[in-house]
Ligand binder design. Structure first.
Ligand SMILES: *Cc1c(COP(=O)(O)O)cnc(C)c1O
Length: 225
């Protein structure tokens, strides 16, 4: 993929986000574009940074730790978001590396994150992932367990949760899943909603998404993941 293609992808996504916001009566500044750069090397990311993008998403700690420190040192204002499943034993590295973590989903991870947040004096924006489709293979808290889990995050671990994240089942209309996630967030007083990927971010913005995680529409098709 050449940089021209990459930049046109970014421009198209930005225009589409602005259009979706207008249609929903929302300010475009209320939606953060997280450009998902997983599997792509620094050479593919550089043109996207050059086009002004600063917020990026990765789904593996090791991969992010390998390519982002150099990129972040060379460009002002880079913000990294962890969007993939996180193992508790990677919490230390994740808190050091990421400005936001979208995949908080179990007590052992809460405990590990709380310890590192206090030890490192850093405060990443935290999202609890909701498994809205109750899919066995997918991470996330079941919708019926969400209120209890959020209370536990706060009361047992002292974590400040900023919002919720979801990944709708691949074979279903996404909007009901976005609506359910928004409803759980609203009744728990949470302002941030991480929802919407390349195929469904317009629908997610209509349902109140504050963070859209977009990979292939910007970087092109991936071989995997
Ligand atoms: C890969 C990934 C994305 C981006 O997916 P695209 O369809 O390429 O936009 C978004 N969110 C998560 C959690 C991902 O793993």
């Amino acid at each position: 993929m050449n940089s021209e293609t990459t930049n046109s992808g970014l421009a198209a996504v930005r225009a589409e986000i602005a259009r979706a916001c207008r249609e929903a009566g929302r300010e475009p500044s209320a939606v953060t574009l997280v450009a998902v750069s997983k599997t792509f090397p620094a050479e593919a990311i550089e043109p996207v940074i050059a086009a002004g993008q600063r917020v990026f998403g990765e789904n593996r700690v090791q991969e992010a730790a390998g390519k982002w420190p150099v990129l972040a040192a060379n460009h002002v204002g880079i913000e990294l978001h962890m969007i993939g499943p996180l193992q508790s034993n990677k919490a230390k590295e994740a808190v050091a590396l990421f400005h936001a973590i979208h995949s908080v989903d179990r007590p052992s991870l809460c405990e590990a994150l709380a310890k590192e947040i206090s030890r490192q004096g850093r405060q990443p924006l935290l999202f609890v992932e909701i498994n809205t489709g109750a899919e066995a293979q997918k991470a996330g808290v079941l919708p019926q367990d969400a209120d209890g889990f959020l209370a536990r995050c706060r009361d047992s671990y002292g974590l400040t949760i900023g919002g919720l994240m979801c990944i709708p089942p691949a074979d279903e209309a996404p909007s009901p899943h976005f609506a359910l996630t928004a409803k759980i967030a609203a009744r728990n007083g949470l302002m941030q909603l991480s929802m919407g990927m390349s195929a469904d971010y317009v629908a997610a913005i209509a349902m109140g998404a504050t963070h859209v995680r977009i990979g292939s529409a910007i970087f092109g098709a991936r071989d995997h993941r």
